[in-house]
Design a protein around this ligand. Structure first.
Ligand code: NAD
Length: 457
């Protein structure tokens, strides 16, 4: 275990200026936080459901009052467009409200048995560790935190190294809203130090991890050692399947932002555009101007559609996938300081090439032609991932057949939506384990206890 503290430098990705320096937590800090959290959790779980629900609604209201401030902080530390950042802060508020509504509805069951009464109790797990990535720092932190608190747990959140500021602010707002001290603690720090200490800590009952498949596998292995509960939300390489019978114009015009939103740093990005061969040329004709006209620039400008990548490391990674002379469509990006990469669509790509199978996590998509429905499904499933995908067709039967055949957790037909806080979200295959959000979000943070009471004693 490492007991060494570190300094985390937070950069504005649009300017490369240092905006804050934050102390990284050590394993010792995690130990102390777990002790405090366990104490707070016992008191929190003993409150009446109505009191816990009210406290979470107050937290939601305080987040709402600070929505613009939180959004601006997200623009500064993550380079998100201001429009997206406002949505993200609003998503935190909505999640807290939604989870608050679940506290009084977290019902067990009564199961008919002879000789007595059988009931199930849904009990909180205890202390939950939430390890969040940098690509959607606020919403993803809240996806784990809000339902875990609502189900009676305490939460220790470890934000990503590059984006700790909104998380730290949310912890302050929780206290301002009157949530018990130490119930929701934020420990910024390095993954292998603070993150790992949470994973290994015997006092942490569950880990909710969102991040790369590589780290997710390591965490799952460590959790297995302790039979620790774990939810994993990992990578994606999602298909956008366009059939010849679709509204081709709508499909082509909506395709750019389905992989350029958040500069492509989105686990649901539709980065494999599969187009039926008979409409392939027409689709590309429509796609090219739509990609070229995407407004890339200062994320604080209301008109901007795409900002910078998060870091120099990410820029180098994305650049390694695209050779300068590769055929395709390219948009524009600012020059000078900041981690900029232009919107890029590659054509004439070998379906087995790295860029066609690996998660780039940047504004890069490939377009691949297919002949018929069977080939579309085969190509869509030819990936180790299975997070999301889109299907464009006017044929209802085909929409249903392909929705059933594509092995992914979140599909949308004639649209690219995938995340709503009141519908379940999660991955097939190596995109993850378990589900977040939706009506069952709270039960993922409980143990089911079965109690039989004899009527014959
Ligand atoms: P990452 O795996 O590098 O880091 C994620 C988090 O894990 C960070 O907080 C990091 O500090 C921590 N971490 C790193 N090593 C650790 C260790 N050994 N032990 C414990 N914690 C550790 O991922 P990233 O680069 O921050 O995020 C990008 C990835 O996240 C992409 O692959 C993306 O697809 C995925 N993602 C998935 C979803 C989803 O819901 N499925 C959502 C967003 C992002």
């Amino acid at each position: 275990m490492s007991y060494e503290s570190c300094e985390l430098q937070v950069l504005n990705p649009a300017t490369e200026e240092v905006v804050a320096t934050v102390r990284g937590a050590t394993a010792q800090d995690v130990d102390a936080a777990v002790v405090r959290a366990a104490d707070a959790q016992a008191r929190w779980a003993a409150l009446s459901p109505a009191d816990r629900a009210r406290a979470l609604r107050r937290f939601a209201a305080v987040v709402d009052e600070h929505l613009e401030e939180l959004a601006r902080l997200e623009v500064t530390e993550a380079g998100h467009t201001i429009g997206n950042a406002r949505w993200e802060a609003g998503n935190v508020r909505d999640l807290l409200d939604y989870a608050a509504g679940g506290v009084e509805r977290l019902n067990g069951r009564q199961i008919p048995v002879p000789g007595g009464l059988d009931v199930t109790l849904l009990e909180p797990l205890g202390v939950v560790g939430v390890i969040a990535p940098w690509n959607f720092p606020m919403p993803i932190a809240a996806w784990g935190t809000a339902p875990a608190l609502a189900a009676g747990n305490a939460v220790i959140l470890k934000p990503a190294e590059t984006t700790p500021l909104t998380a730290l602010r949310l912890a302050e707002l929780a206290l301002e809203a009157g949530l018990p001290e130490h119930l929701f603690q934020v420990l910024p720090g390095e993954g292998p130090v603070a993150g790992n200490a949470l994973v290994e800590h015997p006092g942490v009952a569950k880990i909710v991890f969102t991040g790369s498949t590589r780290v997710g596998k390591q965490i799952m292995a460590k959790c297995a050692d302790r039979v620790k509960r774990v939810t994993l939300e990992l990578g994606g390489k999602s298909p956008n399947i366009v059939f010849a019978d679709a509204d081709i114009e709508a499909a082509a015009l909506s395709a750019p932002m389905s992989f350029l939103d958040n500069s492509g740093q989105d686990c649901c990005a539709r980065t494999r555009i599969l187009v039926q061969r008979t409409v392939y040329d027409r689709f590309l004709e429509l796609l090219a101007p739509a990609v070229e006209s995407v407004v890339v620039g200062d994320p604080a400008d209301e008109k901007t559609q795409m900002g910078p990548l998060i870091s120099k490391t990410q820029l180098e990674r994305v650049t390694s996938y695209v050779s300068g002379d590769a055929p395709g469509i390219r948009g524009t990006a600012p020059e000078g300081p900041g981690f900029w990469f232009p919107p890029t669509v590659l054509t004439e790509v070998d379906p087995h090439a790295r860029v066609a199978v690996e998660e780039v996590f940047g504004p890069v998509a490939v377009v691949l032609p297919f002949e018929d429905e069977a080939e579309a499904v085969r190509l869509a499933n030819a990936t180790e991932y299975g997070l999301s995908g889109s299907i464009w067709t006017r044929d209802v039967g085909r929409a249903l057949r392909v929705s059933q055949a594509v092995r992914a957790g979140n599909l949308s037909v004639n649209s690219h939506s995938s995340v709503r806080y009141w519908t379940p979200f999660g991955g097939y295959k190596q995109s993850g384990l378990g589900r977040e959000l939706g009506p069952d979000a709270l039960t993922a943070f409980t143990e089911t206890k079965n109690v039989f009471i004899s009527t014959e004693a």
